[in-house]
Design a protein around this ligand. Structure first.
Ligand code: GUN
Ligand code: FE
Length: 421
């Protein structure tokens, strides 16, 4: 069904501080594209099939701007460690297992199944250094109907041998082999260059990935200024860099096609550089709590006009549920305000809803709201599963979902006009 109309309680962002509700509204899809959200159905669309979802909520699909497929298996474990210890104790040994396709396959099947049944319609995902396993993950995601960027992870220092590429040249060759294999293979899965982060990448590796980004015009994803010990390590390695982001920038890795996860401790100079380059920042509040990284001043980022989206960062974050991530973002910002910085007020609900939809959606193009010309990504949600005697307006029904939503309330999920659930 290429052309159709959905009817229900519509809710979507119109700006970082504004949302719009259309009670019993009509949402029109033609060829995967939203033609708009209307209080009454325009005559031009009268003959299209109508899917009437009654009193259920219809929202744009949520966008997870940063997470790790191979880490799904151990979500919720090892939450007593800080970032670098957690990486060496849990992450690297687990990711090393993806060398073995017999291990990778069930792990990636479980991950893909869970992501398909989550509130996420689009995501930017780290795999591991293993080309075959990364292709397997991309195959599964493509079949799922979700739209994703997936990165084969590059590292050539300070990680265990099975994950460490022998030298920058070998890393580049293997990355090219992966890109050749990906060419023409997918409808919905796209490759993204993925230097893991500065501590595990040599300067020549970052340099060659920067060249590859220029040559192929592929997007880039990595981690930035997440945790104090990580930042100290980067300063030690690159003493002449004026800030962490400047290391990526000198190799040409920062652009509007780049996602940097976290940016918890980015100072004014780093923020100015990220803004100038138009980098997307992936705010991962649950992960930043679990790994004792800190709390990013995300409200300031929005006020400064930086590009920010929301992310689960599984398995730094334990859950794929981006409604919960909205609540975590609000909660973390309140603690930050109370304990650290009275001048930065907490995030509001419209702001976190924006982060989870348009904020990150814009990385994918016109994605994240119900305006004409945007991709038709939509969730239909039955919030009656969470009973209340209160007669709530639509905005409060959606806000409540940030705290209450469980995936069993998902009635339907559309990605680029295709119904996948
Ligand atoms: N920095 C480098 N690798 C990782 C990772 O896997 N997770 C998180 N949260 N931060 C990282
Ligand atoms: Fe991460």
């Amino acid at each position: 069904m290429d052309h159709f109309v959905c009817k229900g309680q519509l809710f979507f962002s119109t700006g970082p501080d504004h949302c719009q509700c259309i009670p019993h509204g009509f949402l029109v899809c033609t060829d995967g594209i939203c033609q708009g959200a209307f209080p009454t159905l325009p005559d031009a669309y009268r003959d299209l099939p109508l899917l009437d979802f009654g009193d259920q909520l219809i929202l744009p699909g949520l966008v997870d701007l940063h997470l790790h497929g191979p880490q799904f298996a151990y979500r919720g474990l090892g939450m007593d460690l800080e970032l670098l210890d957690w990486l060496h104790t849990h992450t690297f040994p687990e990711e090393a297992k993806f060398q073995d396709l017999a291990y990778a396959e069930p792990a990636y099947r479980q991950f893909t199944h869970a992501l398909k049944h989550s509130f996420t319609t689009r995501a930017a995902i780290f795999a591991t250094a293993h080309t075959e396993a990364t292709l397997l993950l991309m195959d599964l995601l493509d079949e799922s109907g979700l739209i994703t960027y997936v990165g084969r992870v590059n590292m050539d220092r300070d990680c265990p041998e099975p994950l460490r590429e022998s030298d920058p040249k070998a890393a580049l060759e293997e990355t090219r082999r992966w890109l050749d294999a990906v060419q023409g293979r997918y409808h919905r899965t796209r490759p993204i260059l993925t230097p893991r982060f500065v501590p595990t990448c040599s300067a020549p590796l970052l340099e060659s990935l920067g060249q590859l980004a220029r040559e192929t015009k592929l997007p880039v994803q990595s981690h930035l200024s997440e945790n104090p010990k990580e930042i100290a390590l980067v300063q030690e390695r690159f003493p002449d860099a004026s800030c962490y982001a400047q290391v990526y920038d000198r190799f040409g890795l920062l652009s509007t096609r780049c996602i940097m996860a976290h940016c918890v401790h980015s100072g004014p100079e780093e923020l100015a550089l990220l803004k100038e380059r138009g980098v997307f920042m992936a705010h991962s509040p649950e992960s930043n709590t679990n790994l004792a990284s800190g709390v990013a001043p995300t409200r300031r980022f929005l006020e400064q006009g930086l590009s920010v989206g929301l992310a689960s960062d599984v398995a730094g974050g334990s859950s794929l549920n981006l409604f919960r991530a909205m609540a975590h973002a609000v909660q973390a910002s309140k603690l930050r305000w109370r304990l650290l910085d009275e001048d930065t007020p907490p995030l509001t609900f419209p702001q976190v809803f924006w982060l989870a939809t348009l904020g990150g959606g814009r990385f994918f193009g016109p994605v994240g709201t119900f305006a004409k010309g945007y991709a038709f990504d939509a969730l239909v949600l039955n919030d009656r599963l969470f009973p209340t005697v209160l007669p709530l307006p639509i905005e409060q029904r959606v806000e409540r979902l940030a705290y209450l939503a469980e995936e069993r309330c998902l009635t339907a999920k559309f990605v680029s006009g295709r119904r996948i659930l």
